[in-house]
Design a protein around this ligand. Structure first.
Ligand SMILES: [Zn+2]
Length: 321
């Protein structure tokens, strides 16, 4: 696709991780009239949308109320139910963060949504919290549900009024994959860390899809990280990963300044699953097939069996365990 055949309001970009302009198309689909052409970088195997809708298209998209669209909730559905629904996820993230936490931390969360994590850190760890959230509806819920004032709409808006504050903790839970310029963002926020501070990043893992491809590839996910491309991006801008969750799942990592004495996590399993491109494509195909079968059984096979039979099998499996 060249500049002349581009859909309106789309542009061709270079790899947002390594800057290379060599790439291979690995998936193409249209969702809600938006073209989603996923390519893999031939240098670092990062997967990203290219061509990609222009910045103003995404700006309008988030202003329309991303959280409603994302959670498929209509005007008549109470967003406070979503706050309750986020409780289990919040506890999972806090369990992962726990070894790093102490009282009185200064915390910045980029893309804080309804503010569940910030509220928990403020209430349990006496943290001073600052949130950034582009969705006006989510900011309103954060204020009403948790009394958190979110005055920054975007990271650019935050940087524009930056007063020189530094932070012990910077959180990005499923946010980096939405950023049009993750390289610039990492470069900026790594400079906001206090000595001894850490960054938590959670992103979907393209080498371990959690759904079939048609549900995994999404318009707001302009980047799809592999363990390798996430590590590469962070290391290019002064950070190193010192703790990680299981790489078979969405990626969760703790990163610190490269000057820190903490030990970098092993690269072995990262490279083995997510570089070079052939391995990435195989991992995508494998998890796509696995989840297609899983959903087919859930939606078409399981309903064929009566309730008593399912309960019986469940009890049988429990006894085994
Ligand atoms: Zn690249």
């Amino acid at each position: 696709m060249n500049q002349k055949t581009l859909p309106e309001n789309y542009e061709l970009i270079t790899c947002p991780v390594c800057g290379a302009d060599d790439f291979k198309v690995i998936d193409e689909r249209t969702i809600d009239k938006n073209l989603l052409c996923s390519v893999a970088c031939l240098r670092c195997s990062h997967v990203f949308l290219n061509p990609r809708a222009k910045a103003e298209v995404y700006e309008a998209y988030y202003q329309r109320g991303f959280s409603k669209e994302f959670n498929a909730i209509g005007e008549h559905v109470d967003p406070y139910e979503q706050v309750k629904g986020n409780a289990a996820k919040t506890e999972r993230i806090l369990r992962f963060l726990k070894p790093e936490l102490r009282n009185g931390l200064r915390v910045l969360e980029i893309g804080c949504g309804y503010g569940n994590i910030l509220a928990a850190l403020r209430d349990r760890y006496d943290a001073t919290v600052t949130g950034i959230e582009p969705d006006p509806a989510a900011r309103e819920v954060a204020k009403k549900a948790f009394n958190i004032d979110i005055v920054f709409e975007s990271f650019e808006n935050f940087i524009g009024g930056y007063q020189g504050d530094t932070y012990d903790v910077i959180l990005l839970h499923h946010v980096l994959e939405h950023m049009l310029h993750p390289d610039e963002a990492v470069s900026r926020f790594s400079g906001l860390l206090k000595p001894g501070g850490f960054v938590y990043i959670g992103v979907p893992n393209i080498t371990a899809l959690t759904f079939p491809k048609k549900m995994f590839f999404r318009f707001p996910h302009v980047s799809n990280f592999t363990p390798f491309s996430l590590e590469l991006l962070l290391s290019m801008y002064g950070l190193k990963i010192v703790r990680r969750d299981d790489f078979q799942k969405p990626l969760s990592v703790i990163a610190v300044a490269q000057s820190s004495e903490r030990t970098l996590v092993s690269w072995g399993p990262i490279v083995a699953r997510s570089f070079p491109l052939g391995r990435v494509k195989r991992a995508i195909l494998f998890s796509h097939i696995y989840h297609s079968i899983r959903l087919f059984i859930r939606d078409h096979i399981r309903p064929l069996f009566p309730r008593w039979m399912k309960d019986f099998v469940k009890r049988l499996l429990k006894k085994k365990i």
